[in-house]
Write a protein of this length. Structure first.
Length: 280
């Protein structure tokens, strides 16, 4: 596996790729877990034996707000590279410094509207950081297909809109949430949970399973689906529990088309997200 450290090295590598070879890309912030690796294995499948799988490992500072966990975000580059190689990755872009992507930069990419609710309401500027870094990476890598996880459903929806609006070429593919054995959605931030907080956080998948059970049982009003969320998610500190239109990401009161139940809850100071897509 090739490890590239600079923007210029990526440009030179990309220019040297053979025409016609499928290039599949998985952008990450590192501290890889099974969820990330499942995306890489799907990238390998889509690229085929003759194609190329590239990843990036970069903790992007512009998507963290003041007081968020940029400094505490877990990192393990050596372990990440070993896992990526075992998953069939050919090239890893690990910028030596944020300046490789942001030096003298004056351009931001922002998708209006889709960031007004859910995570966007409590994390102003977060999605501008996400769309900007993905656009920068897309311009360097120029993939035929990029793979993202559906755990960050709002992020995926915003990136799809950006991809379509900017005519970036290639394809974006979303993959289902991968869960721990106790049901918790896999996340690099899970490593920051102490044992007591980890046990308490199991309330999230328990609540999501109950929402799914109610929906499958015929419940369509949002109040019937999530009205008891505060009690169900104790002792977590709720950022939001909402049911929104799956395309527009706007809150709804009654489900008549594809909808998303999404939550963000803090346990032991660690912010965790989860979601369930509900299709009538």
């Amino acid at each position: 596996m090739i490890v590239l450290r600079t923007r210029d090295a990526v440009l030179a590598w990309r220019q040297g790729l053979a025409d016609g070879a499928t290039l599949a890309f998985v952008p990450t912030m590192g501290f890889l877990h099974e969820g990330h690796l499942s995306l890489m294995r799907e990238a390998r499948r889509r690229a085929g034996d003759d194609g190329v799988v590239a990843i990036s490992i970069f903790v992007n500072p512009t998507q963290f707000g003041p007081g968020e966990d940029l400094d505490r975000y877990p990192r393990d580059e050596a372990g990440d590279l070993a896992k990526a190689a075992a998953a069939g990755v050919d090239v890893a872009f690990c910028p030596a410094d944020p300046a490789e992507l942001y030096a003298r930069s004056r351009t931001w990419v922002e998708v209006e509207g889709l960031d007004r609710h859910l995570c966007g309401r409590s994390r102003p500027g977060h999605f501008r950081g996400v769309t900007t870094i993905v656009a920068k990476l897309w311009g360097l890598i120029r993939p035929d297909v990029a793979i993202f996880g559906e755990k960050d459903f709002q992020q995926l929806a915003i990136l799809r809109r950006m991809h379509a609006d900017l005519n970036l070429g290639g394809e974006i593919v979303g993959m289902p949430i991968v869960r721990e054995t106790d049901g918790l959605a896999m996340s690099s931030r899970n490593a920051n949970l102490d044992p007591a907080s980890r046990a308490a956080a199991r309330a999230i998948p328990g609540f999501m399973a109950e929402v799914r059970r109610r929906f499958d049982g015929g419940a369509r009003s949002v109040d019937a689906l999530i009205g008891d969320a505060r009690d169900a998610l104790e002792p977590g500190v709720i950022d939001y529990v909402e049911v929104v239109d799956a395309e527009l990401l706007e809150p709804i009161a009654e489900i008549t088309g594809p909808a998303l139940c999404a939550v963000a809850v803090r346990f032991g100071g660690v912010r965790l997200i989860d979601n369930a897509l509900l299709r009538p």
